[in-house]
Design a protein around this ligand. Structure first.
Ligand code: TMP
Length: 190
């Protein structure tokens, strides 16, 4: 037996962090986590996204893959092995959508090909315009990917990534992420 592994994906501003919190309140025994992770590679990535270190974009696909390997070994696999369900705020579909802007998709796929597949990927579907409105309303510092043009490209990237993963037999559920937090939560539960 092993726990189930669920990834929540979507554009910045799609509400994944809120939805993971609500899932945590409903299922307190689940392990909740996120990528970039809290490990050393994850911290470097967050610095790079804020522009606080000089890492070029071309390094990010490798760094995200390194962080994922560390996250899996340190946190995800041990929890699953103890029959604990794990839900992560982002996983490799995010790399396929975001890093494909700066590197060929097949390179991203290759970098991630040895990693465990989620049992379920939930894509929180929201228009780029609405995602940007939510990001601006949040009032936090705007990260590197958070412009309308980028969000549109990333949305297209998710379309390609999710189609590819579905073709490979992965279970993908696209959830309408418009409406209140509670409405979206109810859709996920359904
Ligand atoms: P978040 O904490 O707001 O989800 O921010 C993480 C950012 O990192 C978000 O803009 C998406 C991006 N990201 C990638 O570009 N590739 C990845 O593989 C992951 C996990 C996240």
């Amino acid at each position: 037996m092993s726990g189930h592994f669920i990834a929540i994906e979507g554009l910045d501003g799609c509400g994944s962090t809120t939805q993971i919190r609500l899932l945590g309140e409903r299922f307190p025994h689940w392990h909740r986590t996120a990528e970039p992770s809290q490990g050393p590679a994850g911290l470097l990535i967050r610095e790079a996204l804020r522009g606080d270190n000089p890492l070029p974009d071309s390094v990010l696909p490798y760094l995200f893959a390194a962080d994922r390997k560390d996250h899996l070994e340190r946190e995800i696999e041990p929890a699953l092995a103890q029959d604990i369900h794990v839900v992560t705020d982002r996983y490799y579909a995010s790399s396929m959508a975001y890093q494909a802007l700066i590197a060929p998709l097949n390179r991203i796929v290759t970098l991630n090909q040895d990693f465990r597949s989620p049992d379920l990927t939930i894509f929180l579907d929201i228009a780029p315009e609405q995602a940007l409105e939510r990001i601006v309303a949040r009032g936090q510092a705007i990260e590197r990917f958070e412009t309308l043009e980028h969000l549109r490209e990333i949305a297209a990237g998710f379309g390609v990534a999710l189609a590819l993963l579905a073709e490979q037999g992965e279970r993908i559920e696209v959830i309408d992420a418009t409406g209140t937090q509670e409405t979206v939560h109810a859709r996920i539960i359904e």
